[in-house]
Design a protein around this ligand. Structure first.
Ligand SMILES: Cc1ncc(C[n+]2csc(CCOP(=O)(O)OP(=O)(O)O)c2C)c(N)n1
Length: 641
């Protein structure tokens, strides 16, 4: 669609503008949102399928509710692009997830329509209940609506919230946006039940009759309510999927066709006047309206730029890229699992994202997708480990935060051999602060019995995985960044690493840079930059955050007055902080400079843009080292720096 073919979209600056459009024309708005989303996201990439499936729902909600007075709380947030388009960010969509642009998730500082920040799943019902409770305390009057996907319904928090909502009996509406998909196929057991029920012909006939009837009664104004009330009773008598939600104290309505604006607006208008917790079950299709995304909703959940016609990703035509750390892990785990039948892999709804899809394909009986249930994943692994199995739990750094107590209480306290494979550690790029993995070293480091490592490249990752599985008895974590590995040669044999031993990669005389994980390669590049400035930098690959290589630390404490430590983790509590603790313990008189992530939430942008901004790229690190040394040193060859 060319710009002048849009009838409504570019005139909608807020939901107020939407509400003056005749109801019968809303379908045009939906078509325009879809066309615009496809246009923009095909050029810049972003989350895609979930938003396309939620177009009618977003339009109906903003049409019927008096937002922003009424409050919509979107779960997870990746499906909220239509909501952003309708709430004054149509033009800004062109900048979504880009450095300085709008966020790919919900962000209250970005818009008053983003009522509650999100990025992690299953939080919406709890947040909505809190908002409703505040409303009631403050004597205010507005509707609170949470929109949650069937994938997010696999997260335990959703049930904790429903249980509590039923108890509190406040006016809240939960919309279950059921597209039968998480990122991958959903593992929500209740879905199977719904699917069976919806496929039942007598149910469908009954539903069709109801909605035909209510549709025809439009012109009779208030009478619709009476009819719908009767319909509700009738529906309830026949439909039992609501039983689960009704047991929690919700009034259940549905399943409703989530692409039918008439049905959606009607049910929202009707339930707007009801009291107590309400659940509206809406059936949608992920990727709706764009054939390639309908056909492969998993692949088009989140996308890089793609060809609009074919849906195929547009790859830069340069030389082949090295494999990602994720792929290397996935393939290595399959190899190791083939020779040790005790090994099993566990993912929390991210088989592709974590690389565990390789295990799923090759050894399906040893693969578990537990849903968006990180806490359960960890305790489930603990149970397996008590019986001598070797569970490998692959979870992104940011999502593992959910399972902190399970790591402490269920795994470490019992000294169970669970292998945590932590992908997306460090800055992840376009997903931004909800998804950066910047705290794992800090939140794991102080847990007794833990061994923690971070590889400098993919060859080391393989050896670390082997060491973690075969040579360590107890909880062990390996963390690595998002993206392509370095492309180093891989030895097909595995080699056990000495636990807690680092390696000197380059010797030097002016200063030492102790680096971990992704920062090791940057440190070697830094050394090259500094060489041109006549500064001789020693570079150490720490490999282990716990246990620390105290032997090498004692050595560098003696040899260098100036020690730099680089990590892609929050400086607070990271490896630098561990080394400072050790230096204090041994009363080392050294000058230590920490290079890492500041004590703040870091915005989105590409990984390299963020590294540059934070001065943790080779250029930034070398500038910092030069500045520091200037005040202290002469370089080894006598030249004043
Ligand atoms: C705690 C947590 N774990 C994992 C994820 C990664 N994740 C993002 S979206 C998604 C699937 C959500 O499915 P659903 O709620 O059904 O929404 P849909 O995309 O189908 O609309 C997952 C697993 C997350 N956001 N939060």
């Amino acid at each position: 669609m060319s710009t002048n073919e849009y009838k409504y979209l570019f005139n909608i600056n807020s939901p107020k503008d939407l509400r003056i459009i005749p109801k019968g024309e809303l379908k045009i708005v939906c078509d325009e949102i879809r066309s615009y989303m496809i246009d923009i996201i095909s050029q810049i990439g972003g989350h895609f399928g979930a938003g396309l499936g939620a177009v009618e729902l977003s339009v109906a909600l903003h049409y019927v509710l008096n937002t922003p007075v009424d409050k919509i709380i979107w779960d997870t947030g990746h499906q909220a692009y239509p909501h952003k388009i309708l709430t004054g960010r149509c033009d800004a969509l062109k900048t979504i997830r880009q450095f300085g642009g709008i966020s790919g998730f919900l962000k209250p500082t970005e818009s008053k329509y983003d009522v509650f920040g999100a990025g992690h799943a299953s939080t919406s019902i709890s947040a909505a209940l809190g908002i409703a409770a505040a409303r009631d305390f403050l004597g205010e009057n507005y509707r609170v609506v949470a929109v949650i996907g069937d994938g997010a319904m696999t997260g335990g928090m959703a049930y904790e919230a429903m249980n509590n909502a039923g108890l509190q009996k406040r006016n809240i509406t939960v919309i279950l946006n059921d597209n039968n998909m998480s990122i991958s196929n959903n593992v929500w057991q209740v879905s199977n039940y719904f699917t069976g029920l919806i496929a039942n012909p007598s149910f469908n006939k009954f539903k069709a009759n109801i909605w035909d009837l209510t549709g025809k009664l439009d012109e009779f104004g208030d009478r619709i309510r009476k009819i719908v009330a009767r319909v509700e009773g009738g529906v309830k008598a026949i439909i039992t999927p609501g039983a689960l939600f009704e047991a929690f104290g919700f009034r259940y309505f549905g399943p409703i066709n989530g692409h039918n604006l008439n049905q959606l607006t009607k049910i929202l208008e009707y339930t707007n006047n009801l009291n107590g917790p309400i659940l509206i079950h809406v059936s949608t299709q992920k990727g709706k309206g764009y054939k390639p995304a309908e056909d492969d909703s998993q692949k088009l959940h989140g996308v890089t730029p793609f060809d609009k016609i074919t849906g195929q990703s547009i790859k830069p035509a340069n030389q082949p890229q090295p494999k990602s750390y994720t792929q290397i892990f996935g393939d290595s785990l399959v190899e190791l699992a083939r020779s040790n039948e005790k090994i099993v892999g566990i993912t929390a709804a991210m088989p592709d994202g974590t690389g565990l899809d390789a295990l799923q394909k090759n050894l399906p009986e040893r693969f578990f997708d537990v849903g968006i249930a990180e806490q359960h994943a960890v305790t489930f692994a603990a149970g397996l480990a008590t019986q001598g199995m070797i569970p490998v739990v692959a979870i992104y750094s940011t999502f593992l935060q959910r399972a902190f107590d399970q790591i402490v209480h269920d795994v470490a306290l019992q000294k169970l051999h669970v292998v945590f494979v932590i992908d997306r550690a460090g800055l992840v790029g376009a997903d931004g602060p909800t998804h950066h993995g910047t705290f794992d070293l800090s939140y794991l480091r102080f847990i007794p019995h833990m061994t923690i490592m971070a590889p400098k490249d993919e060859a080391e990752l393989r050896n670390m995985l082997y060491t973690a599985i075969e040579k360590i008895k107890g909880p062990v974590a390996i963390r690595y960044p998002r993206g392509n590995a370095l492309g180093v040669t891989i030895d097909e044999n595995y080699e056990a690493l000495s636990i807690g031993k680092s390696e000197v990669l380059k010797s030097g005389t002016d200063a030492v840079l102790l680096a971990i994980g992704s920062m090791v390669d940057y440190s070697l590049q830094t050394a090259l930059i500094l060489e041109k400035e006549n500064i001789s930098l020693e570079v150490v690959n720490l490999r282990f955050i716990k246990p620390l290589d105290t032997q090498i630390l004692d050595n560098v404490f003696k040899r260098f007055d100036k020690i730099f430590i680089a990590e892609e983790n929050s400086i607070e509590g990271g490896v630098g902080s561990a080394i400072l603790e050790y230096a204090a313990k041994v009363k080392a008189k050294v000058d230590i400079e920490l290079i890492g992530l500041p004590d703040e939430f870091i915005e989105h942008g590409t990984q390299s843009e963020l590294h540059k901004m934070l001065k943790i790229d080779p250029k930034g690190i070398s500038e910092r080292i030069i500045t520091e040394l200037k005040s202290v040193y002469k370089s080894s060859n006598g030249v004043v720096i």
